[in-house]
Design a protein around this ligand. Structure first.
Ligand SMILES: Cc1ncc(COP(=O)(O)O)c(C=O)c1O
Length: 451
């Protein structure tokens, strides 16, 4: 990779003194200083103080454009007035109760009417919890217990899906039969025997592996735009083929749309095709409050119905479908209209075009990846096809870390993986500001970029 020479010296980086103080104090009580593994970066993360619209101000008083949006969940950015009003109204009446409330019904109705494959839905508190629920429903429905997932795909931190997320060439085995590798300590070794790993975007390998394992599989999980795998866009027809093959083998097809739901009015399933039996949701449907949901075919969802005797699958926790989340979620989803979905996706395309023009002008072997309103900086010169392509063609993670740090200094927040997402308060101005900041960040990062 080569990079241009800075024309003017970069201004001094903003102070991080208050963040550093909080991090050092927090590290005395919380291992690693924070409960969230995904948001740690060297030497310490900036600490947030307040957000408004698409801007976040840290505890040192530095305001930045927020292209992380609580890991893609704040579709309307921070403190959206309609969501705040819904929360304030609900808060006056109560934050949680064990009785059902009308708010749950309203959000359920909205989502069932919005997504053709969702006939019934139930709510929980996180994406992980609801991917887990979907897997349990699939097992109970089919009477089988193994599951299949795509290599490199992240679906949260339930044991059975913490498999083959970060496999390496040394342990990933042949592509025709990828090895199942653990993504965390603490998994029972039996978990690996329960999970079949499949390469993404390769219909012939999919067909062959399902011919071998299909009769044992309860569920097949797919994220239509899997971030950890480099955000490979599904090849045309691939998800339709997956739908046909899972139907043929009697496997419950689960779409994990915890992140991808924002990409279409009815989620990634509308944008890329295929028809899931179950869909796991999270993030944007909670309007910024903790949430998860599983929805899909009425006959499968009926397994958790307690009205006709003890349900076959237990679901529901103390804060499931709490009225605060339901009220915020309904306001967020009603505000995320089809027109807004399309506007945000077009804005994502504008951002990718701007980034690609910049990389080309600088002669860098980098490109903009992702799709719709999900964008990422890739240290490779073509978009990702599948996880192995991403893992082998990407430049070193340290380069991304240097660009991430330089972008923070230039007033833009992306994740340390170089992923970014848009929120509805953004327009052309914010997207163009991102590209200008990236230009300056590449200058600033020059001396930090390891060769
Ligand atoms: C695709 C996908 N599925 C599931 C999850 C888990 O959701 P949560 O963090 O709410 O448990 C995530 C989290 O980022 C995700 O990206």
């Amino acid at each position: 990779m080569t990079a241009g020479t800075p024309s003017v010296p970069a201004p001094p980086a903003p102070s991080h003194a208050a963040s550093q103080r909080l991090f050092e104090e927090a590290s005395r009580y919380i291992p690693g200083g924070s409960s969230r593994v995904h948001y740690f970066y060297e030497p310490f993360p900036i600490y947030a103080h307040h957000g408004a619209g698409c801007r976040l101000t840290d505890v040192d008083g530095v305001e930045r454009l927020d292209f992380v949006n609580n890991m893609t969940s704040l579709i309307h950015g921070h403190a959206h007035p309609r969501i705040l009003a819904a929360i304030a109204d609900q808060m006056q009446r109560g934050t949680a109760w064990s009785e059902p409330g009308e708010e749950e019904l309203r959000l359920a109705k909205h989502l069932v009417e919005r997504v053709p494959s969702i006939e019934r839905i139930r709510f929980g508190n996180s994406g992980t919890e609801n991917v887990m629920m979907a897997v349990k429903l699939a097992r109970a429905f089919t009477g089988r217990h193994k599951i299949a997932k795509f290599e490199g795909f992240y679906h949260g931190y339930y044991d059975y899906i913490q498999v083959s997320v970060k496999s390496l060439p040394a342990n990933w085995g042949p592509e025709a039969e990828p090895a199942s590798t653990p993504n965390s300590g603490g998994l029972s070794p039996t978990v690996l025997d329960e999970v079949v790993t499949i390469p993404f975007n390769k219909p012939e390998l999919l067909e062959a592996l399902l011919a071998r394992h299909g009769r044992d599989l309860a569920a097949f999980l797919v994220d239509p735009l899997a971030s950890q795998a480099g955000s490979p866009v599904p090849a045309p027809g691939f998800l339709d083929r997956l739908t046909e093959l899972t139907r043929h083998h009697g496997i419950v097809l689960i779409y994990d749309e915890v992140v991808s739901f924002r990409l279409g009015y009815a989620g990634g399933q509308e944008r890329y095709g295929g028809t899931p039996d179950l869909t796991a949701l999270g993030k944007i449907i909670g309007g910024g409050l903790p949430v998860g949901a599983v929805g899909g075919r009425a006959d499968i969802m009926a397994l958790c119905d307690p009205t006709k005797g003890p349900p076959k699958v237990l679901s529901g926790g103390t804060f499931s479908a709490n009225p605060l989340t339901m009220a915020a979620g309904l306001a967020a989803m009603e505000t995320y209209t089809r027109a807004e979905v399309e506007r945000l996706n077009a804005l994502g395309a504008r951002l990718r075009d701007g980034m690609n023009a910049l990389f080309a002008a600088r002669g860098l072997s980098m490109c903009a990846g992702g799709d719709g309103s999900l964008v990422r900086i890739l240290l490779m010169d073509e978009p990702v096809r599948d996880y192995r392509h991403f893992a082998t063609a990407s430049g070193p993670a340290k380069r991304l870390a240097a660009i991430h740090a330089a972008l923070l200094d230039e007033g833009v927040i992306v994740t340390r993986m170089g992923t970014a997402c848009l929120s509805t308060p953004m327009g052309d101005g914010e997207v163009d500001a991102f590209v200008r900041a990236l230009d300056r960040a590449l200058d600033r990062a020059l001396d930090r970029l390891p060769s």
